[in-house]
Structures are given as C-alpha cells and as structure tokens.
Design a protein around this ligand. Structure first.
Ligand code: FAD
Ligand code: FES
Length: 274
C-alpha cells in the first residue's frame, strides 16, 4: 500500500495514571504499538495522538528513548480531543503518528551539569531528557530539577520525583503558602534565583507556561547564563505536524519540523510569534 504520513499507527493503552484531578486534570498514558508497528524517538520529540472519531492532538513524548517497551504521554484535559483521551480506559486503542520535530542535543551536552526547570504540565517534555540523562549518568555532571506547580495537588509524577531525590538535586515550589509545605513558596523564576544556580559548565532546559519560561530565562540571564546555555520548547498550535499546513509557523520556521526545541539564542532571532 502507498505510504501516507497522515495515517496513525494503532497502539494499545497499557497504563493510565491519574496525576492531577479537578479542573486542570492531568493523566499519564502508556501506549504500546500493535502488530509490530511503531517508531523510535529522540528526547524532545512529540507525536500526534488520535482518538478515533474525535480528532488528534500534538503531545510531547515524555518517556525516554531508552525505554523501549512503551511510549508515555502526560496530558492535561483542555478541550475536545484531550477530554476524549481522558475518557479512555486501559486496553483501548488510540492512533499515534510521528515522531515529530527536532530534539534536545543531549550528545553535545556530555560532561555538562544539566538543570531542568519546569512548571505544571511542562515537566512532560523535560521528563524524557531528564530520564535519559539519569540513564546515562556517567555522561553528565550534576543533575538538578527545579519544578513548580500551583499547589501540591497539581504536582505531576509525584512519587517519581520523590524517588529522584536519591539520584539528583530536586527543588520544588508551590505558588502560595499551604499547610505542611516545607519547600519554596513562590513562582518558579523566584525559586531559580533563590537557588543561585551556577552557570559554569551548565545547560538549563526550561518548559512550562510561556509566561514562566519568559521570566525563567530572565532569571537565568541575571545569574550569568548565556543565551546558548538555555533551551526551551515552543508549543504553537499544530494541525498536520509535518510542515504542510502552515498552522505552527514562527516567521519562516515550521515549529513542527524545525522545533519544538530551541536554544534561547536561536529563538531570540525569530519573530515573537510564540
Ligand atoms: C509540540 C507540542 C507539544 C505538546 N505537548 C503537550 C503535552 O505533553 N501534554 C499536554 O497536555 N498538552 C501538550 N500540548 C498541547 C496540546 O496539543 C493541546 O492542549 C491539545 O491539542 C488541545 O486539544 P483539544 O482538542 O483537547 O482542545 P481544543 O478543543 O482544540 O482546545 C481547547 C483549548 O485549548 C487551546 N489550545 C489548543 N491547542 C493549544 C496549544 N498548542 N497551545 C495553547 N493552547 C491550545 C484552544 O485554543 C482552546 O482554548 C502540546 C502542544 C504542542 C504543539
Ligand atoms: S503543524 Fe502543519 S505546518 Fe506545522
């Protein structure tokens, strides 16, 4: 049969975990391709997930490429397709096409200290590169995670983050004071400044709401990080995912093909359409 880029591959949901409940619900899905189909991916890439009869959405692949048994996606319920995904149960089949986009250049980062700075569901794209760095720990220097959420109930990967504390430095924050919270209170950029992160031989990766990213980059700049040391992802709305429809452009860039990963040095040269 002729190859068609738009046809998704069927994958079975082998695990669904409720991360956050309420109005900003987040679930983590693990999917395994059926019939020996599938693809391998790189850190930072995403995939178009489809719920048959409902539509499709671009979602970051949050599992490490070192994990060969399944692909993982963490998804916030925002509208039509993500609500349909949230209504699925284990054993059901979804469609997946991809992988799309470029990747974090982690091979170029060997020997460097890696700092991951995330907010809310923005931990999902970071998780893939963080897990890969942990899996190849000898290749990198110190690993640090700075992660913030509105409240402690909004933290994703809660148990996994606790387990990380044996392997890397972890600094959490919530936006406002709450009983029993013993870590930082305030927004993520304030936590970045509070921890006085050292730029020497470091790469900082930040993903989260655009407003958080903007102020994290400013905070890193104040701490002496250069534009080349800072990486982020751009999540412009997407439709085709393969550079055909023009939905995701920043100037001449198709974010679905040329992004979503950019260094701040690269992003600064583009028009502010993100
Ligand atoms: C590269 C990339 C990676 C992404 N990774 C993740 C991820 O790991 N987890 C996750 O939960 N979401 C992720 N998203 C966002 C996700 O694609 C959208 O939330 C989803 O497509 C919304 O689909 P829907 O049909 O549920 O909502 P719709 O019914 O289409 O829209 C609901 C609301 O969300 C808004 N919206 C839709 N898409 C976007 C977008 N890209 N940016 C901002 N607002 C949007 C709409 O304007 C509307 O207000 C990613 C997006 C991109 C482009
Ligand atoms: S989503 Fe169609 S060109 Fe990028």
């Amino acid at each position: 049969m002729e190859h068609n880029d738009y046809i998704p591959k069927p994958a079975k949901l082998i695990g669904i975990k409720e991360e956050v409940t309420g109005g900003r619900a987040i679930k983590t899905f693990r999917a395994k391709f059926l019939n020996g189909h599938g693809f391998s991916h790189q850190c930072g890439q995403c995939a178009m997930l489809s719920v048959f009869g409902k539509g499709e959405s671009m979602i970051s692949i949050s599992s490490s490429p070192l994990q060969k048994d399944y692909l993982q996606f963490s998804i916030m319920k925002t509208g039509r397709v993500t609500s349909a995904l949230h209504s699925l149960v284990e054993g059901e089949t979804i469609g997946i096409r991809g992988p799309y986009g470029n990747n974090f250049p982690i091979d170029d980062w060997q020997g460097k200290n890696l700092i991951f700075i995330g907010g809310g569901i923005g931990l999902a794209p970071i998780w893939s590169v963080l897990q890969t760095a942990l899996g190849r720990k000898d290749d990198y220097g110190d690993l640090t995670l700075i992660y913030g959420s509105r409240t402690s109930a909004d933290i994703v990967y809660k148990e996994d983050i606790q387990a990380l504390r044996d392997k890397m430095t972890v600094h959490l924050s919530v936006d406002v004071e709450e009983p029993g919270w013993e870590e930082f209170v305030g927004f993520v950029p304030a936590n970045v400044k509070d921890k006085a992160l050292k730029p020497g031989n470091a790469i900082a990766v930040t993903c989260g709401p655009p407003i958080m990213i903007k102020f994290v980059i400013m905070a890193l700049g104040e701490l002496g990080f250069t534009d080349e040391q800072i990486y982020t992802t751009v999540e412009n709305k997407m439709k085709c995912g393969i550079g055909k429809c023009g939905r995701c452009n920043i100037g001449p860039h198709y974010v679905c093909k040329d992004g979503p990963v950019y260094s701040w040095a690269e992003l600064k040269k583009l028009p502010p359409e993100y």
